[in-house]
Design a protein around this ligand. Structure first.
Ligand code: PMP
Length: 354
């Protein structure tokens, strides 16, 4: 495993050094170790309450929304959304923005009649072009397409409840809950470590689960039990607690959004300077502030670029297997020094190989 240099992995975000040190200390602490903290203890309840309170402050979550601390990853939600939200409807509307949208759509089709509201391939069409089925129980959007490097910067006002997979940009942008009915995210990229999935849901959507929905996966049942219907993912909640407070101490999600914009701008500027070497698959206005993606002339150039990056201590830049090319991930925990090193590398590589 890479122990020196910097990781730009899309699959997991690095923890800032001070958060990692704090977590490591809490793991070592003998009988009081967070690794064996019982979920039934008052200490865990306090931890969960503080985590939720910090999340609510950071994202200005209205009181009518419930925060669920679930296991199973974002992919489990692909099935749990239709199971929990369809109620008496059969239709659900999905935006197809790329790889992760299509994974969500494929799973939803097992439970619902899915219609595609709009397809965004390399460019996000204006909301006027979206065709949301008025019978749909909800419309689903993947706010940041992690594999494709495309981001819905502005979420639309829709006539049906809007559900957003924010696995790769929750806590990297302010949210407007007047437009949103449900937000979910796996914690491993922007919130902490794998094992926790956050679901933030308008309580008006609760109570519609299909009867065969497993109880521990029924949003209403978990909301009623404060997410403790079964053992919640205690350790990732602890890491999220530390990470959320780290974000708050730095000024909150507006500051994180500004950093993401500044850092991705620096990467995109270096890529534009090397336009003879780098090819941009996503239209400028739709480019992600989180996962800039680019291509090179061919497979051989891509391999050369990835190899040279590794040699320079810049790791985990290979694009998603279904998409190819190169992908940079700039989650909250990535250090500015990592971004500076990458930008210098992209400039030098284009000069040498352009
Ligand atoms: N949605 C998005 C947008 C993602 O980026 C990912 C992971 N890369 C997932 C869902 C799947 O997450 P998990 O592995 O936690 O199921």
């Amino acid at each position: 495993r890479n122990v020196s240099g910097f990781s730009f992995s899309a699959a997991a975000g690095p923890l800032p050094d001070e958060v990692a040190a704090d977590v490591a200390a809490a793991c070592r602490a003998g009988r009081g170790s967070v690794l064996s903290l019982p979920f039934t203890s008052p200490a865990f309840r306090a931890l969960q309450e503080e985590t939720e309170a910090c999340l609510r402050r950071l994202l200005a979550i209205p009181d009518r929304f419930r925060v669920l601390f679930l296991a199973g990853g974002a992919s489990a939600q692909f099935a749990l959304l239709p199971l929990n939200l369809l109620g008496t409807a059969r239709q659900a509307s999905y935006v197809d923005g790329g790889h992760w949208s299509r994974r969500a759509i494929a799973e939803a089709r097992r439970y619902a009649e899915v219609s595609i509201a709009v397809q965004a391939s390399g460019r996000i069409p204006d909301v006027g072009e979206w065709r949301v089925d008025p019978r749909a129980a909800y419309c689903h959007v993947t706010s940041n397409e992690t594999a494709d490097g495309l981001q819905f910067r502005e979420l639309p006002v829709l006539p049906v409840p809007l559900v957003a997979d924010m696995t790769s940009d929750l806590l990297m942008r302010p949210l407007d809950f007047a437009r949103l009915s449900l937000v979910y995210a796996g914690a491993q990229k922007t919130i902490g470590t794998p094992g926790l999935t956050l679901v933030i849901v308008d309580e008006r959507l609760l109570g519609r689960a299909r009867p065969e929905t497993p109880r521990v996966m029924d949003y209403a049942a978990q909301a009623a039990a404060d997410s403790r219907l079964c053992t919640p993912p205690v350790f990732p909640i602890f890491v999220a607690h530390r990470m959320l407070h780290w974000i708050e101490a730095r000024g909150g999600v507006a500051v994180m959004a500004e950093a993401a914009r500044r850092r991705s701008d620096a990467v995109y500027a270096a890529l534009a300077e090397g336009a003879g070497t780098y090819v941009m698959p996503v239209d400028r206005a739709s480019r992600s502030h989180v996962n800039p993606c680019f291509r090179l002339a061919d497979e051989a150039q891509t391999a050369l670029c990835l190899q040279a990056a590794e040699a320079a201590g810049l790791h985990d830049l290979r694009g998603h297997p279904d998409v190819g090319g190169v992908r940079v991930s700039l989650y909250n925990g990535v250090a500015d020094a990592a971004v500076d090193a990458l930008v210098a590398f992209l400039r030098a590589f284009a000069r040498r190989h352009g």
